[in-house]
Design a binder for this molecule. Structure first.
Ligand code: SAH
Length: 250
């Protein structure tokens, strides 16, 4: 198994594959002013096993295309959609987010939680814009500095992991530069990191290591996750995910 398969194996049993929460998904929906009864077309990009997709499917009268490049995650999402009785509203698409097959102006809403960093926030917002109808909305969460200065250790870690990390003011500027009108922004609270993401992941470490015979690669993945977790715990006043909502002018 290569490292990516190992990571997928660690994260597949999780409800979420990144920081987030159902209350925050719903908060973004309300802040965006999305009409719950309108027959919308939505893409959830980098959906993982579908925590946000399935909630949106339950709350809205929408057709949602759930996109992820890992078929394993999409298989879990499909089973859950059946179980929850929303399979008729959700379709899955195994595809890379830098090669999306949507037609121009096909979507009312592009949703993406904890995933746009995979192609970079600026590239994502620029490339995905053409898929939105005029007046359509982008809702994307992105790792964000909360303070203008940060502990050196945190700064160095995230600049190595994701050099595009920046302040909310800079992220909003990127949206404006690419022709969006910012609508709203809020910060994911600590619970979205610890209770919804890190603690459940930590509870899976032992089984994960067992499954992979405590291989060097599996141990390295656990060590890297632990390092990220302890850095978050020490420095959480300085970093979180921001949820950005912006409109393509109509
Ligand atoms: N939105 C989910 C998952 C976030 S984790 C949640 O909030 O729980 C990021 C997701 O992006 C993973 O499921 C990963 O498989 C997917 N991903 C990473 N790179 C991708 C790419 N290039 N194209 C499509 N999906 C990608």
């Amino acid at each position: 198994m290569d490292d990516y398969q190992l990571l997928a194996d660690l994260h597949k049993p999780g409800r979420r594959q990144g920081p987030g929460g159902d209350a925050e998904t719903e908060r973004a929906l309300d802040l965006a002013g999305i009409d719950r009864s309108a027959p919308l077309k939505i893409a959830d990009i980098g959906c993982g096993t579908g925590a946000s997709t399935l909630l949106l499917a339950r709350l809205l009268n929408a057709r949602i295309t759930a996109v992820d490049f890992l078929q394993d995650f999409l298989d879990v999402l499909e089973q859950q959609a059946e179980k929850l009785g929303v399979a008729d509203r959700v379709s899955t698409l195994a595809c890379s987010m830098d090669a999306l097959p949507f037609a121009d102006e096909a979507l009312d809403v592009i949703w993406s939680e904890g995933a746009i960093y995979n192609i970079g926030f600026e590239k994502g917002v620029a490339e995905w814009k053409r898929f939105l109808k005029p007046g359509g909305l982008l809702v994307a969460s992105e790792i964000t500095w909360l303070t203008d200065t940060r502990p050196a250790e945190l700064q160095e870690y995230w600049e190595r992991e994701y050099p595009e990390i920046d302040l909310a003011s800079a992220k909003i500027r990127v949206l404006e530069k690419h022709g969006y009108a910012p609508v709203g922004y809020f910060v994911l609270p600590e619970r979205c990191w610890l209770d919804e993401y890190y603690r459940p992941m930590q509870a899976r470490f032992d089984d994960f290591l067992e499954r992979h015979g405590h291989s060097t690669e599996a141990r390295a993945i656990v060590a890297a996750e632990q390092r990220e977790i302890s850095l978050y715990e020490t420095c959480k006043a300085h970093v979180s995910y921001g949820v950005y909502i912006a409109r393509k002018p109509g």
